[in-house]
Design a protein around this ligand. Structure first.
Ligand SMILES: Cc1cc2nc3c(=O)[nH]c(=O)nc-3n(C[C@H](O)[C@H](O)[C@H](O)COP(=O)(O)O)c2cc1C
Length: 394
């Protein structure tokens, strides 16, 4: 099923590229900007090839700052392929347990399977024991472009095993994990952190220096504490401080939801990359919006950063921006039908239609009849039924 030569997958990719070309015209109109001129050296249907402030994670070239966040239950093969063609320079797997990998669990190994259409991709592992994490990484490093370690997950089940965000309480263990990984594997090693355990224990600068000293090739920082979960706002102050104190690339994560915010965070923190998570759920065209929006502003200088009343947007508070980029229902339906087809390719029809239930809610958020549409999805199991519902939304 994962064969790279699979004609069916190539056919799906060709369809995706066709829709992306349409998206390019929509974005040109939205930004009142002719992207074709800028991207004439790049394919107009694979935005990940667009070069904008490219950087490297060890020897892996990262073409632009837009990166697809790891999200358990979401960032699967289909998600990553969409993310990549829509502009992401790097994708991440869902987190996978180090124990599951060393015990050869099929479910864990499945998470690490990649096609060439979603690369470069970091496979993210979580665990608590440096040796087990390093052994797990060595089993799957052949598949990965980068091995990333989760040091920020706030889910109680993960914290209980002293993994994820719990590790922020143990800077020494973090150092030892990176050291063991660097000894054991050849692929670049990165870590994904939060700013600290809680407000009273913000230790991201100390930890960033430890992982850099042990040889980590890049770090991602979600600007919240573990205790915060997803509440409050991401704090970019700590990320900025880390960026100015380490030499390895730093990727900022948290609340990147608009071009304005993306540009602000890049400028303010000086970070190399921006990770986009929740805002891309059911809304993957946001990757193209962010990348081409950044391109238009770097070419157009400050054009485009105004709200509907013409006021300049010079702070990160995105709440008053009214003119978010969105696409027509027609184009959304095209994207979503194709998304289900990709899910079916990777997971089979029944599971794909089931998993799509959550995606449809995000994709058509704000639509008047969205709850009745979602309810309909809960009663169906086939692509034909899903197609009928989606077609009615055009
Ligand atoms: C449903 C969901 C699942 C997530 N799963 C992971 C994960 O597996 N590994 C990880 O490092 N972060 C995970 N995250 C955190 C995101 O990668 C990201 O850092 C966080 O959501 C903040 O970014 P955002 O505001 O753009 O969503 C997850 C977040 C969500 C909402």
């Amino acid at each position: 099923m994962m064969s790279q030569d699979n004609a069916e997958l190539k056919n799906l990719i060709a369809k995706l590229k066709k829709i992306i070309k349409q998206l390019l015209s929509v974005l040109s109109e939205f930004y009142n900007f002719d992207f074709k001129e800028i991207i004439k050296n790049f394919p107009p249907d694979d935005f990940s090839k667009i070069s904008l402030n490219a950087f490297k994670i060890s020897d892996v070239k990262i073409n632009n700052p837009i990166i697809a966040a790891p999200m358990a239950g979401i960032s699967d093969n289909a998600y990553r392929i969409f993310a990549k063609y829509l502009g992401c320079s790097l994708t991440f797997s869902e987190m996978v347990t180090s124990y599951g990998l060393i015990l050869n669990h099929e479910k864990s190994l499945d998470i690490t399977k990649l096609t060439d259409f979603e690369r470069p991709c970091a496979i993210q592992i979580f665990g608590s024991d440096p040796d087990i994490i390093a052994n797990a990484a060595s089993i799957i490093e052949g598949n990965a472009d980068i091995i990333d370690i989760n040091m920020g997950c706030p889910v109680p089940k993960v914290l209980k095993t002293k993994s994820g965000g719990y590790l922020l309480n143990e800077p020494e263990t973090i150092g030892s994990i990176v050291k063991k990984l660097k000894e054991k594997i050849k692929k670049p090693v990165t870590v994904k952190l939060r700013v600290g355990w809680d407000e009273g224990k913000i230790n991201i600068l100390e930890i960033a220096k430890i992982v850099e000293n042990e040889g980590a090739d890049a770090i991602t920082i979600h600007g919240r504490t573990v205790k915060q979960g997803y509440s409050g706002k991401a704090d970019y102050e700590h990320i900025k401080k880390v960026k100015s104190n380490v030499k390895i690339p730093v990727i900022a994560s948290g609340d990147i939801e608009s071009v304005h915010k993306a540009k602000w965070v890049l400028d303010y923190t000086g970070c190399d990359g921006l990770m986009v998570g929740r805002a891309a759920r059911g809304n993957p065209w946001i990757f193209s919006d962010l990348l081409l929006g950044l391109l238009s502003t770097s070419e157009n200088r400050e054009a485009g950063f105004k709200n509907q009343s013409g006021e300049s947007l010079n702070n990160p508070d995105i709440n008053f921006i009214k003119n978010y980029f969105n696409i027509s229902n027609n184009l959304k339906v095209d994207f979503m039908l194709l998304y289900i087809r990709f899910l079916i390719y990777f997971k089979g029809e029944e599971r794909a239609v089931k998993e799509f239930r959550k995606i449809i809610g995000w994709a058509f958020k704000g639509q008047r009849d969205i709850s009745s549409i979602r309810n309909k999805f809960f009663k169906i199991n086939t692509f034909a039924d899903a197609e009928e519902i989606l077609e009615s939304l055009r």
